[in-house]
Write a protein that binds this ligand. Structure first.
Ligand code: NAX
Length: 326
């Protein structure tokens, strides 16, 4: 019999947590034949709400779900964790200075990184969803010196899926017909959704769409889709973010044969992105590891956009360093 996999989810009582936990427990992330132990981490004030979600999880009678534990202590939550989904964070609110934002999150992701370092399973895989996701992943990774850097990733899969969906709608094809889309840089409005190497039904996308549509509609729409969802739904993306997190981990564990996706991973210096920054790249997954797609031609139009988003990541890193938090 397969040993249970321990999956830790932080921010479990939040809106993404509520959409995410049921899909994990149903087997959508790791497979219906993989037993799962869920560990939910919340702040003390939200532990009871997370316990309520645990009751509902029990009521679903999901086949893969072995147990659910709720705690407000990181050491307990990450004990033996094979997969850690760091969803809870302190997102930016109106009027908040960047330094306040980074400091508040270092206060969350520093201790959580240390707890992962000290208590998680040796093969732990970490996905940071909570914003600012790339820099939070950098902080957590830096706080976990015994865990290989490649195990700390940040979520840009929602941006990737949004880009794929926009292309499929424009071209009148299915999302599954689209491949080779890349999200570069930060999970923020500076991100660069890149279709230079994309195909739809095997046809090169740049021959199917106008450059003007890409520049004036596609790129800004993908980059600002989060704000559009808030405007229309009256709340930020939750089920789509949870679905992207499931996609990210499933592809990381099970691979991406014959295609690629996008993820925030520690840069090895590829494409001129400074080593160590957690930046989004086109990635493939094989044998349980992400690798950056190599050898892509980067035209000047792309270069300028990648550089701008990477500059924002460097500024975030420098600000965290300036606060003495890295
Ligand atoms: P909610 O405010 O609904 O939930 C967040 C939960 O995290 C709360 O229950 C809170 O108590 C908990 N929390 C806060 N600090 C914690 C800590 N130290 N330990 C454990 N739990 C803690 O937010 P939700 O809509 O679920 O979004 C969660 C995060 O995802 C936000 O930072 C949001 O900005 C980010 N997003 C990231 C996306 C991405 O693509 N990377 C897209 C969706 C989303 O905007």
């Amino acid at each position: 019999d397969q040993q249970p996999v321990t999956v830790t989810v932080t921010g479990a009582a939040g809106q993404i947590g509520y959409a995410l936990l049921f899909r994990i427990a149903s087997g959508a992330m790791l497979g219906e034949d993989v037993p799962i132990r869920l560990r939910l981490l919340e702040v003390p004030a939200a532990v009871r709400a997370a316990e309520g979600t645990a009751l509902e999880l029990a009521d679903c009678a999901f086949g893969p779900l072995v147990s659910v534990d709720v705690t407000d202590r990181p050491a307990e939550a990450f004990d033996g964790a094979d997969v850690a989904l760091l969803v809870g964070s302190r997102p930016r609110t109106a009027g908040m200075e960047r330094s306040d934002l980074l400091e508040a999150n270092a206060g969350i992701f520093g201790p959580q990184g240390r707890a992962i370092n000290d208590h998680a399973a040796s093969g732990v895989r970490v996905l940071v969803v909570g914003n600012p996701a790339n820099t939070n992943a950098l902080i957590a990774a830096t706080s976990a010196p015994d865990v290989p850097r490649e195990r700390f990733t940040a979520m840009t899969r929602l941006d990737h899926n949004r880009a794929v969906a926009q292309l499929a709608a424009r071209l009148g094809c299915r999302a599954s017909d689209v491949d080779g889309v890349s999200i570069w840089g930060n999970h923020s409005a500076t991100q660069y959704p890149d279709v230079t190497h994309a195909t739809a039904g095997g046809q090169p996308v740049p021959t199917l769409v106008e450059q003007d549509w890409l520049e004036s509609e596609f790129i800004p729409r993908v980059a600002r889709r989060g704000a559009e969802i808030i405007d229309v739904r009256g709340a930020s993306s939750a089920a789509s973010a949870a679905s992207a997190a499931v996609d990210h981990v499933r592809d990381w564990v099970h691979g991406t044969p014959g295609r690629w996706t996008s993820a925030g991973v520690a840069s090895d210096g590829s494409y001129g992105v400074p080593e160590g920054l957690v930046s989004s790249f086109p990635v493939r997954s094989e044998d349980g590891r992400f690798s950056i797609v190599q050898g892509l031609d980067i035209p000047a139009f792309s270069r300028a956009r990648i550089d701008a988003s990477v500059a924002e990541l460097e500024a975030e890193r420098d600000a965290v360093r300036g606060l003495g938090l890295l």
